[in-house]
Structures are given as C-alpha cells and as structure tokens.
Design a protein around this ligand. Structure first.
Ligand code: GYE
Length: 324
C-alpha cells in the first residue's frame, strides 16, 4: 500500500536535498539521515512562560523531524555564550537562542557569521547590528507594557488623588524588562495622579517577586496597584500581600503580563485584575524558519507574535481551553 509522506517529513527531506546540493564537501554536521541540526540556547527555567516555551520548542522540533540540541543557560549570559560557541564548534546547521540580556553579543554573533552558521533570535532582542542574525521571532514587549498602561489609565481615570503604583521589573538588562517598563510608563505619564513609588527587579521569578514585594510592602503603607512584568512575579507578590494581611486584587490591584495557566487562574479567582498575553508558543514558527533557511528561501527579518489581553471574566472563559 502506498502511503503519503507527511508534509513535515517531505519538506525536511527537500531541505536536505537543497543543502546537500549547495554545500559540497563543506563539512556541515547535517546528519546522514538528512536531518537538520538546530542548536538552541534557552534563557533558563525561571517562569511558567519559559517552561511552556521550552516544551513548545522541543515538541515542534520533534514533529518537524529536526535534530535539536538544547541547553538551559540558568539565566546567565556567560553560559549562553559558551553554549553558542560549542554549537559553532559542532557545526550545527542553525543556531537559535533567546538572549538573556540585550547587550554583549557582538563577538559571538560575529564568530557564528564567520563560521557561516545562521542565527535566529527567539523571544528576546539584542542590541547588535541586525546583519549579525537572520531573523528575530517574538513579541512586541513595548506594546504589552502599553496594553497594561491603557488598562491602568482607564481604571483610574476618575481618581482625584495620588494612585501609588509598585512595579516589579523583569531581569535587569533583558529586552522584556526594558520594553515593558518603557511602554507602561509612557502610557501612565498622561495622568499625573499615577505615581510609580517603587520599581525593582524580581528577576522574573516567583521567589524573587515574593521577596521584593515583602520588602516594598514594609516600606510603603499605601500601595494601590502592582504592575509585575510577568505572572510569576505577580504570583509571588500575591503571597507577600496575603501574608501582610491584605487582599490581592482588591486592596492592591494587580496587573501582569504572560497569561500562563497559574496567572489566568489567579485572574479568574479575582486576585489579579488584568493580564496582557505574551505567547510562549514559538516552536512551530521557529522550525518553519529553520527549514526555510536550510532550503535557501528568504525569511522575514522580524516576525511579531499575535497576542491579546484578558480581564477577569475573559480569563474564566478562556481557562478551560488554555494550552499553557
Ligand atoms: O514574560 C517571562 C520570562 O522573555 C517574554 O521571560 C519572555 C519573558 C516572560 O521569564 O515570564
């Protein structure tokens, strides 16, 4: 009986043919079985978002028949640089990584370019020259910060006195922390009642979110609103707020970014008031880009993820079918 080859296998096979024809004896490690090798350096496992992102990348690679080398940098740039260098040495076909911080990538990106290994950025941006990478796939973090800012503007449009705001920032020097802060602060600047009274990094983790919020609560008796740059820090802060004898979502309103399951549950439960979504499901698009690169097809330089926002009612509705 004749069986049709699944589309993914077929395109992987085609990609190999193109590669094989084009590369001569150029010594790539494209395996004998025709598989494309992708080296991926992940930021870490700091949040629910990151867990979902890792799962998406691993699953999509396996579905696409791409041989994935995966490494967790534990939120350290030096680990990512070392991993990328090892992928260059191993002559993988494509390198993809989610840069922990924005700065400091020029040298290693130039090394990859010199070795003729295309690099794809996923999730987070770098400040290096755009000629040093092929494509950047991920969210518009400024827009996410603006979406939260818009909600806050509307929520306090009738405020007659100061609204005290606390901001829990993401990892210092990371694109989402820089851009979410920028988008949020630009929006709320139009209402002079909205005052950021404390703004500190919680490194995108639940533990740091709790610790930093505990200290901020002690130092500031009147807090009206918390903006946490991700759900996990918000969830940590919820614990701190409850331990301080206050009601999250009521005594202190909370707005966050990501919309992972635990965040959405807290939103539906009334402990968070609003979430701007940031999709971690980048795997399928990344594998598509990798295949296009290997097939010698043009790829888009910037691919922006589509996202939405959630109120408490919308979270309750969306939760049952939520994938992450
Ligand atoms: O929002 C946060 C994670 O880079 C978009 O990193 C990502 C952020 C995400 O730790 O939860």
């Amino acid at each position: 009986m004749r069986r049709k080859l699944p589309a993914v296998l077929l395109s992987a096979a085609l990609a190999f043919v193109v590669t094989a024809c084009g590369s001569g004896s150029g010594g790539t490690t494209t395996a004998d079985d025709g598989k494309i090798t992708l080296g991926f350096s992940q930021v870490g496992s700091e949040s629910g978002w990151r867990e979902a992102n890792t799962k998406s990348i691993k699953e999509s690679a396996s579905t696409a028949g791409i041989d994935l080398k995966f490494s967790d940098a534990q939120q350290k740039q030096e680990n990512q640089i070392a991993t990328i260098r090892s992928y260059i040495q191993q002559k993988v076909d494509v390198i993809a990584f989610s840069p922990v911080v924005v700065t400091g990538w020029d040298a290693v990106l130039k090394e990859a370019q010199a070795a003729k290994i295309p690099v794809v950025l996923t999730d987070r941006a770098v400040d290096s020259d755009a000629s040093l990478y092929v494509s950047f796939l991920g969210s518009d973090f400024v827009k996410e910060g603006e979406a939260v800012g818009d909600w806050v503007l509307n929520e306090y449009k009738d405020a007659t006195g100061p609204v005290n705001i606390v901001q829990l920032e993401g990892s210092v020097g990371s694109a989402p922390a820089i851009d979410r802060k920028k988008g949020f602060e630009a929006k709320i600047a139009s209402n002079p009642n909205l005052k950021v009274i404390a703004s500190q990094s919680g490194d995108f983790t639940r533990a740091d979110g709790k610790e930093v919020m505990t200290a901020i609560l002690k130092a500031n008796p009147k807090i009206d609103l918390l903006f946490a740059h991700n759900d996990d820090m918000g969830l940590g802060a919820i614990q701190a707020i409850e331990e301080a004898g206050k009601k999250p979502g009521v005594d202190i309103k909370i707005v966050t970014i990501d919309a992972v399951k635990d965040g959405m549950q807290a939103l539906a439960d009334g402990k968070i008031n609003f979430i701007a979504e940031c999709s971690p499901l980048l795997g399928d698009q990344l594998m598509e880009i990798v295949k296009q690169i290997k097939a010698g097809q043009p790829v888009e330089k910037r691919i922006i993820t589509k996202e939405t926002t959630f109120t408490q009612e919308q979270a309750a509705e969306a939760l049952p079918s939520r994938k992450y």
